[in-house]
Ligand binder design. Structure first.
Ligand code: MOS
Length: 741
């Protein structure tokens, strides 16, 4: 159809103004008359039983409406038939206020509801709780082995051995074998987790929830509380970051709805930053990687085993080791994935779950192997390039990773690299360059969208997807504007509302591919109707044309490339006496076609660090991240996604240190003062390259998704650069300065 007018051209964020002026409202910012405020009481112990809760002092306070605990809270039917949300895992989901049992530190054990937040918070401090505490087990490393993962999401099960990995490793000319470890990481989106439940006059609930999926929260609330679909509406029009933490309904949603139904009042519950460290996190993993290569640098054996944590009640799984069977060509591969139950909350997907940690360790091991063989680490990767996805046994739908290596290396200046570690210095600073590969999925999910074109030429498109800062509003507006050839200002995209057509969770980097395809299809259906009207316009130059022969440009439908044949969309609707055209579509992936291919994004990350020889301080001076992610729809927000991922990769490599006190079973530094994330002063040059990649398999747009690939490989490239700078190989994240001294 139409020539490219918008897609692939940089534009401002269509929601930018609303976000910077405060016009955009978040879950905890919606007010309603008679609103009450809930404050969550968190357990002081990580394991054991509550023996006594005395809330009398709290209940005696003016303004306190109720204190809910396991002793008096309602017991919805779901307590005995646990509901599984769209991102749930094997096992039994956590049910707030279910019993006296404590399964993790800071478990919510009560909710105070008062007529102001301050009173609720103060009242919570007066509640006396007694426990019979038990010693928690929270140390992943205390015992070497876990159990084989049994259930959980598809994709976690590592494939069977390929070739003869043990023998190939033993006989390899060059071997490396090492253990890698990283602690949990915490999502920390800027917006606090919050739910404002508005009890409407007819008893229906309007819920403003901080979530990556309004539909997921909606289904959760209706199923858990036995409400009908029409009694609940969930909205999340703006979300202040997610990173995966909003993929599952969080406990504040349950508590706010429970209290609203019990008290027949509107209730808001906001978690504190400390409490946000008490739910899902990126799990810590302990990994062992053994690699073998021939003396000329051909990879001959890959063995990768990971031990990851899960809670006592659910089995969270990730594809930590799977990537090691597809990043490079190798005939002999052995992968193992084990879990250990700890007295912590169930881990939760965090940006590129599994890939960040698995590829993170593997790409360091590959670097070690390249050094041991004596080949440049980039050359080693090119030498062992995987032409097909050997894990899935399929060709790639597209894979322009070679272009990533080439363009990234050229931009970075890799050819000038002195291969010797500790060979470059500027005064007291050691300079190092490192490279790593990244890989992620390119998925498409079933999505629906609705497009409404009115006679004033304004187009409104909607889908119940989310924009967690990723640029959904902008990307969808661009797709819609282009499909109907309308000025961007005449297009409004609506999301974050369960009254709109159903969309999947915003996660997995699939939103543009999935919702974008639905938006395109809905707009195309409108375009076909417009075309019919345009053909019927008196003396229409399009009367003999077919839909394939026309394009939509600047508010007109015209024969391709023939400006003089244009019929105005508004005029066609006016003459056809049509006030609006509305089309709703549900778009499914073409599985038959897609299943024949492995569909992945790739990246090459180049990093320059300087390390202070005396103090061990590390600074990441430059990053070049070259991405093969298919067609780029919205360059500005796409670039921002990659930059955000790179920043987080640096943060993971150097700053984010979660400290678990194994006696208390608690994350001790559960605040942003002590849990460090990279800040502005830590971040310097980040250069993003999108290489050309054409793909007509992945989805009708050819876009692969960019939300996650930016973080994959970045931490490994930082580690590798630190080795090159210092000659010191660190296999435990974060690389704090003490590890270099
Ligand atoms: Mo992402 S971890 O699928 O929000």
């Amino acid at each position: 159809m139409a020539a490219t007018t918008y897609v692939g051209k940089s534009t401002r964020r269509v929601d930018g103004r609303a976000k910077v002026t405060g016009e955009a409202k978040y879950a905890a910012e919606y007010n309603t008359p008679g609103l009450t405020y809930g404050y969550v009481i968190s357990s002081d112990v990580a394991k054991g039983k509550i023996t006594k809760i005395d809330a009398s002092n709290a209940l005696a306070l003016d303004g306190v409406l109720q204190v809910f605990t396991h002793e008096n809270a309602p017991r919805p039917a779901y307590f005995d038939r646990p509901f599984k949300d769209q991102d749930s895992v094997g096992g039994s989901p956590f049910r707030p206020l279910y019993s006296d049992e404590i399964k993790f530190s800071m478990q919510p054990i009560g909710l105070v509801v008062a007529d102001s937040f301050e009173v609720a918070r103060y009242a919570a401090s007066l509640i006396k709780v007694e426990y019979k505490a038990e010693e928690p087990v929270t140390n992943l490393r205390a015992k070497p082995k876990g159990h084989k993962a049994k259930s959980g999401k598809t994709g976690f099960v590592p494939p069977k051995d390929r070739g003869k990995p043990d023998k190939a490793f033993k006989n390899a000319d060059v071997q490396v074998e090492a253990e890698y470890f990283h602690m949990p990481e915490h999502h920390n989106p800027m917006e606090m987790f919050a739910s404002t439940v508005v009890m409407e006059e007819d008893g229906k609930l309007k819920i403003y929830d901080k979530t990556q999926g309004a539909v997921n929260s909606h289904t959760y609330v209706t199923k858990v509380f036995g409400l009908s679909k029409d009694d609940v509406r969930v909205m999340n029009q703006f979300v202040g970051g997610g990173f995966g933490s909003g993929l599952r309904p969080q406990y504040q949603l349950y508590l706010a709805v429970m209290a609203a139904l019990e008290l027949k009042r509107s209730v808001r519950v906001v978690l504190t930053r400390q409490q946000m460290f008490s739910f899902g996190h990126r799990p810590g993993t302990l990994q062992t990687i053994s690699l073998g290569a021939s003396s000329d640098g051909m990879l001959q054996a890959v063995k990768h085993e990971a031990l990851a944590e899960t809670s006592q009640f659910e089995e969270y799984t990730e594809t930590v080791v799977n990537w090691s069977g597809m990043l490079y060509h190798c005939d002999n591969v052995k992968l193992g994935y084990y879990l250990r139950n700890l007295d912590l909350y169930t881990p939760l997907d965090m940006r590129a779950p599994g890939a960040v940690t698995g590829i993170g360790a593997f790409e360091v091991a590959i670097d070690e192997l390249a050094y041991k063989v004596g080949i440049d680490p980039l050359e080693f990767r090119l030498k062992n390039y995987a032409e097909t996805n050997e894990f899935e046994g399929k060709p790639f739908s597209s894979k322009e990773l070679r272009a990533c290596y080439a363009q990234g290396a050229a931009r970075f200046g890799w050819a000038k690299r002195n291969p010797k570690p500790r060979s470059t210095r500027e005064g007291t600073k050691l300079i190092g360059w490192g490279v790593a590969t990244g890989m992620w999925d390119a998925q498409q999910q079933k999505s629906a969208a609705k497009a409404n074109l009115s006679i004033d030429g304004k187009l409104v498109v909607g889908s119940s997807t989310a924009d967690i800062g990723t640029g959904t509003y902008t990307a969808m507006s661009l797709i819609a504007a282009e499909t109907l050839g309308l000025p961007l200002d005449d297009v409004t995209f609506k999301l974050g509302d369960t009254t709109l057509p159903e969309a999947p969770l915003e996660g997995g980097s699939w939103t543009v591919a999935s919702v974008g395809s639905a938006v395109k299809e809905a707009c195309q259906a409108v375009a076909e109707k417009v075309f019919k009207l345009a053909k019927d316009v008196k003396g229409s130059p399009l009367s003999g044309a077919s839909f394939d022969e026309v394009e939509f440009v600047e508010g007109k439908v015209q024969l391709k490339g023939d400006y003089s044949s244009g019929v105005s969309i508004v005029e066609a609707m006016r003459q056809g006496k049509v006030n609006f055209i509305e089309e709703e579509t549900t778009t499914l992936p073409n599985m038959l076609k897609q299943m024949q291919y492995a569909r992945n994004t790739h990246s090459a990350v180049f990093v320059e660090v300087e390390v202070d020889e005396d103090l061990g301080q590390i600074c990441v001076r430059r990053v070049v991240s070259a991405i093969a992610g298919g067609r780029v729809i919205s360059p500005k927000t796409a670039r921002s996604q990659i930059i955000g991922g790179v920043v987080w990769g640096i943060s993971m490599a150097l700053h984010e240190e979660s400290v678990l006190d194994h006696h208390y079973g608690r994350f001790m530094n559960h605040n942003l003062a002590e849990y460090h994330v990279s800040v502005n002063a830590d971040i310097h040059d980040i250069d993003v390259i999108f290489v050309e990649e054409h793909d007509d398999i992945v989805n009708p747009l050819g876009a692969k998704g960019l939300g996650e690939i930016g973080i994959v490989g970045t931490a490994a490239a930082v580690c590798n650069a630190i080795y090159h700078a210092t000659g010191k190989r660190v296999r435990e994240l974060p690389i704090t300065l003490d590890k270099l001294l």
